[in-house]
Design a protein around this ligand. Structure first.
Ligand SMILES: [Zn+2]
Length: 781
């Protein structure tokens, strides 16, 4: 029977137009994901032959404060742990993004001529800062000046390809061998607020001091790995980086009155810190609140003089993939130790007085909160320090150190310090985010130049979890499904699985959408227990290693025991939004076959129909049979709803033939509803049905997304209830980011809104009135 209908339908379709290809939302991902191998398994774990390269660095650098320049010498020890013989090495020269003819500059485009000319608000107009940046970039003498590349004093042949440098090896580097070489370099430091970037200096006009945030500051080994070979895509600005782990031994020479914050542990405190500072640091280790190492009065005093001497700060860091630092005489410095399980870390904040009182109150607390919460969802923080620095950079992460921007606003006249709610939560949020990056991607070393979402998305997700444990109803920007709806409705979108440099709407795409997707997986699809186990398993498997998207997708499925290919396919590989609609509902009761009940039911249905307009109007007309009752007979009393003896006899006969279980079914009194759902958005999702009964009772039925497996566009679902259903709502808690909730309820709900009425402004453009307006005199200050 079913087959026959199917055949007929097929014939009809073919004769009218070609059959639409079946859109299988549950098709497995194997055809897209790379084939598992000895380096990366089908379950998403590192394989038995997993390998990665290693690069150790010894660097000494000098900050020339007056010239705002950095000069350095480094020795790189490169370990070839791959099974391949290498005839050249690639080194990243990120500073070259500041060269006048850099790709990043040359590739800049504007939204459109219309957008440029017809700004409708200050938001999409061209800002002073934007124009200043473009013009200053044409003047700034940026980029690395490479003085020498050598091994054992012998120059090495090298070629610079914009932000990358190839070094040709004198003899091929075999598996298991290492190669030691030296690079001498210098560069001019960018003014971050003019030229942008993830590092740079900030100038404070009031006290004429600078604050330096230094990152991506030395030639670094490009990654070489099993999936891509050399990762030497040009640095264009959005795609950050992926690097090799290694040990760092770094000497930083700065003006003697500077305080340095850095990746790693300070090796020579007695050379650079006062006895009082060392004592305060010791106290901070076990303190229950942040302890000031440099107090505000001390920092403000330091701002007023200039030392001509210099000091060298010596830091060491092991098993890190990068190294960054900051330096200024403006720094206030506070610290507090945090010990839990295998974590033993000194949380430290460095900020100018312009950051207070917000920074003293929140920064170090936020660092400790981050580590406490991220440990829970990932792994124990393994490094000895975790630092948050306030300077020009809005938010950027490096191993053990992060740069965070928000500050209070100072009234120019009164000096009063105030801040918006956005600044307060923006500060706590950005510190959680940037310190959280220690986990993703500083330790779970994903390839940021290829996939922004692998660190930003995962990190934003854990940031959301941590924020929600900071205070009740913390106003997280990203993570809640309802917050992604506007983006999911928007026109210009690319899939999450798009290379970092081709992303459109980077924030929503690479931060918010993956974070929201993980939240939906956790709350709606897997549940917290299965999700948290799988997510932690991913973190554990890949810490200090380099995962790819497939490793993440596979681990989440492998450890949760759930096929999530449909979710990755829809949420990560397409831009389809969720829009599930309740199209229609029919109620069915099971016929009891009892003529007394069934004919009464049919009569009630008929009586419930509206009375026709003619019948309403004819009702008052006098009727002949009323005037002559003798005209009435049997049919004036009975109609098709009258139960006859014949009906009763056949019911008795029929019941006799039924088995007891069949009789019981006729009597169960359940209410059956056939509900049509359509998937208008394209992305399949579980159905979350809130069923409201006549008695007022409400309950939720959760139906897995696989309900869409035979037809991803339209399905009909049977709902059985004990009493009449009076309302049905799909996704009542807005947990699936459904972009149109107006079609989610039956009966449809009225949308509440407010209409604003405005006064008409008469004679708006009155040149004569404007001309006659008295000129305002200069107010005396
Ligand atoms: Zn980030």
């Amino acid at each position: 029977m079913r087959r026959k209908i199917g055949f007929l339908a097929l014939c009809l379709t073919v004769s009218a137009y070609a059959a639409e290809p079946f859109d299988d939302k549950f098709r497995q991902l194997d055809e897209i994901l790379p084939t598992p191998n000895v380096y990366r398994t089908a379950s998403g774990a590192p394989g038995h032959a997993y390998w990665q390269q290693r690069a150790d660095y010894t660097i000494s650098a000098t900050l020339d404060e007056a010239r705002r320049a950095l000069t350095g010498s480094e020795q790189i020890t490169y370990h070839n742990n791959s099974p391949d013989t290498l005839s050249y090495l690639w080194v990243q020269l990120d500073q070259n993004i500041y060269k006048k003819d850099s790709d990043a500059r040359m590739m800049l485009t504007q939204p459109s001529r219309e957008a440029w000319a017809k700004a409708t608000s200050p938001e999409d107009g061209y800002k002073f800062e934007g124009m200043r940046g473009i013009l200053a970039g044409r003047e700034f003498d940026g980029g690395f000046k490479i003085k020498s590349v050598a091994t054992n004093g012998q120059p090495l042949k090298h070629v610079i390809n914009r932000t990358m440098m190839r070094i040709d090896l004198p003899t091929p580097l075999k598996p298991g061998e290492k190669f030691v070489f030296n690079i001498d370099w210098s560069y001019n430091i960018n003014e971050q607020q003019v030229l942008g970037g993830r590092s740079g200096y900030e100038h404070f006009e009031e006290d004429k001091n600078d604050l330096f945030e230094i990152a991506q500051w030395f030639p670094r080994m490009a990654a070489y790995y099993d999936v891509y070979g050399w990762q030497h895509k040009q640095f264009l600005g959005t795609g950050e980086f992926t690097l090799e782990f290694g040990d760092y031994d770094v000497q930083l020479t700065v003006p003697a009155d500077h305080v340095v914050a850095s990746t790693g542990e300070l090796q020579n405190p007695s050379d650079v810190l006062s006895a009082a500072q060392r004592e305060r640091l010791e106290k901070a280790r076990t303190a229950s609140a942040p302890v000031l190492i440099v107090m505000q009065e001390e920092a403000t005093r330091a701002e007023k003089s200039r030392s001509n001497a210099s000091k060298t700060w010596h830091f060491k860091a092991s098993n890190v993939r990068d190294f960054a630092w900051a330096s200024s005489r403006k720094f206030i410095w506070d610290a507090q130790g945090f010990k839990k399980d295998s974590t033993n870390v000194m949380a430290m904040s460095y900020y100018p007085k312009e950051g207070n009182p917000l920074w003293g109150k929140y920064s170090t607390q936020a660092i400790i909160h981050t580590i406490d919460k991220y440990n829970k969802y990932s792994f124990d923080y393994p490094y000895p320090t975790a630092i948050s620095v306030n300077g020009p950079v809005g938010g950027m992460e490096y191993p053990m150190i992060s740069f965070n921007g928000p500050r209070p606003t100072k009234d120019k006249k009164t000096g009063e310090l105030t801040w918006s709610q956005q600044t307060k939560y923006g500060l706590i949020g950005v510190i959680i985010h940037e310190v959280g990056h220690n986990y993703y991607p500083m330790i779970i070393n994903s390839d940021e130049r290829q996939w922004t979402w692998m660190d930003e998305g995962l990190n934003t997700f854990v940031q959301y979890l941590a924020e929600q444990e900071w205070e009740d109803k913390y106003p997280s920007r990203r993570g809640e499904p309802r917050n992604i709806v506007d983006y999911m409705r928007s026109q210009e979108q690319v899939p999450i699985m798009t290379n970092s440099e081709s992303l459109v709407q980077v924030g929503p795409n690479a931060y918010a959408k993956p974070a929201t997707g993980l939240n939906i997986l956790r709350e709606t699809i897997l549940g917290r227990e299965l999700f948290d186990y799988a997510f932690r398993e991913y973190a554990q498997r890949w810490k200090f290693k380099r995962p790819t998207p497939a490793d993440f997708f596979r681990t989440m499925e492998d450890a949760s025991g759930t096929d999530l290919d449909w979710f990755w396919r829809g949420w990560f590989y397409t831009t389809d939004p969720v829009d599930i609609s309740i199209d229609g509902i029919s109620e069915y009761g099971v016929s009891t076959k009892d003529p007394e009940k069934e004919k009464a039911w049919k009569k009630a249905q008929k009586d419930a129909q509206p009375v026709s307009l003619s019948d309403q109007r004819n009702k008052a007309l006098p009727k002949r049979v009323d005037a002559h009752p003798e005209l009435k007979d049997f049919y004036n009393e009975h109609d098709e709803f009258t139960v006859t003896n014949k009906d009763r006899n056949s019911y008795a006969e029929a019941i006799e033939k039924l088995e007891p279980w069949e009789k019981k079914l006729l009597d169960q009194g359940k209410h059956l509803y056939l509900v049509d759902f359509s998937n208008l958005g394209g992305m399949v999702m579980p159905l979350i049905l809130e069923i409201e009964l006549k008695s007022g009772k409400k309950y939720i039925e959760r139906i897995p997304a696989e309900v869409w497996r035979y037809n991803s566009k339209k399905i009909t679902k049977l709902i059985v209830t004990d009493e009449p259903m009076v309302g049905l709502t799909q996704d009542p808690y807005w947990e699936t980011a459904d972009i149109d909730t107006s079609n989610n309820a039956w009966p449809r709900k009225v949308t509440q809104s407010r209409l604003e009425l405005f006064k008409t402004e008469r004679d708006k453009n009155n040149l004569m009135r404007d001309f006659n307006t008295p000129l305002k005199k200069d107010e005396k200050k």
